[in-house]
Design a protein around this ligand. Structure first.
Ligand SMILES: [Zn+2]
Length: 477
């Protein structure tokens, strides 16, 4: 009877050990994927079986509020820092910094100027400082030297590198002798085609189908590499897309003298730098110029955009209504789809799906903020988050019951704008988790020693009747 109890206890102890030491490390690996410009409702435009497969065996968030302005670089930097644009400093794809006296533009090499990026520390650097390795396949900013660092592995940006080649690199890094625990994968579509065709075009159907096939390819390759069930995979995007038209154009030349201002960024948020002594003239001329254009002095920019407290935000910004296009002159030409509008608009929202050992299965959540992703990833990687504008508490219901849970946040003041959560929270929850695992392990080890001693004692009287070769291993134990 006692012997049976011993065996039950032994099996329980072994199970506890295996859960504590073999399942948990898997929960600390993350692959973050961005399909640029994948609007939240593209999932339902055409059959997307691979996206739905991830939803069925993972989690899905219907509405993700991204950050203003809803452009590529600002939002990608938010996903990896958890900060609003005014705090991380990448306030647009095209910027001018009056302190640095430098410009930043997607079309130029000056995006490699470190100074534009160093208002924040992206997650790959924090991950590496914690002793881990990161790998990035063309994620915006990952080939820029930031705070003297690059990701441990990265690819120089080159849009002609295929999706398949990027996937191969990610898999190589996750399966190498010194595997990465954080991978970042970026793909330019469906943004590019969304701009050219406009999201309402029936030709967008095949574009979305193609992205679904690419996701299918990624899943297939991860399964082949035995990574599918061990990695936490997060599939998201930076922004959505809305339909534009030649009938909805606001032409600045109709209202402003070209010699009175510099147009830093154009549409749908025009960033206007008036020339010296011309501020009032430019502002007055534009303020009531067009019913679909809202013009703000910098200090009047709504708080909810978390946008005005940065030097790179120009003295006047003019924001177009959804679907309206700002051009300096009609001859400049427009794209049939665009984004950058108010982040409260559903059409600007991206997708969010996740799958892996840390996530629940077949779980749908109504809403989250894109700033919440950063503390979630830090939690999964078990690293201490830098100060950020998100909240792990807002998204911890996405985590499965076996995943480490976070303790509730406490409010704290900070120098950053927009209610930043203190980094101590993330630190505490990692400590709580590890203290839990350590205490659990100590209890199991102590129990194990007592059990073995007990077993040996109970076996000793019987040993004389046993053959020596059976008794020997027991005595050695
Ligand atoms: Zn775009």
């Amino acid at each position: 009877m006692t012997s049976k109890l011993h065996w039950v206890a032994f099996i329980l102890a072994a199970l506890t050990f295996s859960i504590a030491f073999s399942l948990q490390p898997d929960q600390h690996k993350v692959l973050l994927i961005s399909f640029d410009g994948f609007r939240w409702d593209y999932l339902y435009r055409v059959p997307t079986p691979h996206f739905h497969y991830v939803m069925k065996y993972g989690v899905h968030v219907k509405q993700v509020t991204n950050i203003f302005i809803t452009k590529t670089y600002p939002n990608h930097y938010t996903l990896v820092t958890g900060l609003f644009a005014e705090n991380h400093g990448i306030v647009a794809n095209d910027m001018f910094d009056p302190i640095l006296n430098k410009s930043f533009s997607l079309d130029h090499m000056n995006i490699y100027d470190s100074e534009f990026w160093e208002g924040a520390t992206p997650i790959w650097i924090t991950n590496q400082k914690a002793g881990h390795t990161s790998g990035a396949a063309m994620w915006p900013g990952t080939d820029v030297k930031i705070h003297q660092s690059f990701p441990s592995h990265y690819m120089l940006y080159n849009e002609s590198v295929s999706f398949e080649e990027r996937v191969a690199k990610i898999i190589e890094w996750f399966t190498s002798e010194e595997p990465i625990n954080l991978g970042l994968l970026y793909w330019e579509e469906p943004d590019d085609m969304g701009h050219r065709l406009g999201p309402d075009s029936p030709l967008m159907g095949p574009v979305i189908s193609d992205i679904d096939k690419k996701l299918g390819y990624l899943i297939q390759m991860l399964k082949k590499a035995k990574l599918w069930n061990t990695l936490n995979i997060i599939i998201t995007s930076d922004h959505g897309m809305t339909q534009c038209s030649e009938e909805r154009v606001i032409e600045l030349d109709q209202y402003l003298d070209k010699d009175h201002y510099i147009l830093i960024d154009q549409s749908p948020v025009a960033a206007i730098l008036p020339k010296e002594g011309k501020f009032d003239e430019v502002y007055e001329a534009l303020a009531h110029a067009h019913p679909n254009l809202t013009v703000y002095k910098k200090e009047e920019i709504p708080e909810r955009w978390h946008y005005k407290y940065n030097n790179r935000v120009q003295p006047i910004i003019a924001v177009a209504d959804e679907g309206w296009y700002i051009l300096q002159n009609k001859s400049d030409g427009l794209m049939l789809g665009n984004h950058g509008y108010d982040n409260a608009l559903a059409e600007m929202h991206p997708i969010f799906l996740a799958h892996g050992p840390a996530f629940r299965k077949n779980f749908t959540k109504e809403a989250m903020n894109s700033t919440d992703l950063y503390p979630l990833i830090c939690h999964l990687l078990n690293i201490t988050a830098m100060p950020h504008n998100g909240s792990l508490g807002h998204v911890q219901d996405l985590l499965s019951s076996t995943a480490p849970r976070a303790i509730p946040h406490t409010q704290s003041t900070t120098l950053l704008h927009g209610g930043v959560k203190p980094r101590e929270n993330e630190q505490e929850e990692s400590y709580a988790y590890f203290i839990g695992v350590s205490l659990g392990s100590i209890v199991v080890i102590v129990f194990f020693i007592v059990f073995i001693k007990h077993l040996i004692r109970s076996q000793i009287p019987a040993l004389s009747d046993m053959q020596a070769e059976i008794a020997q291993p027991l005595l050695q134990a």
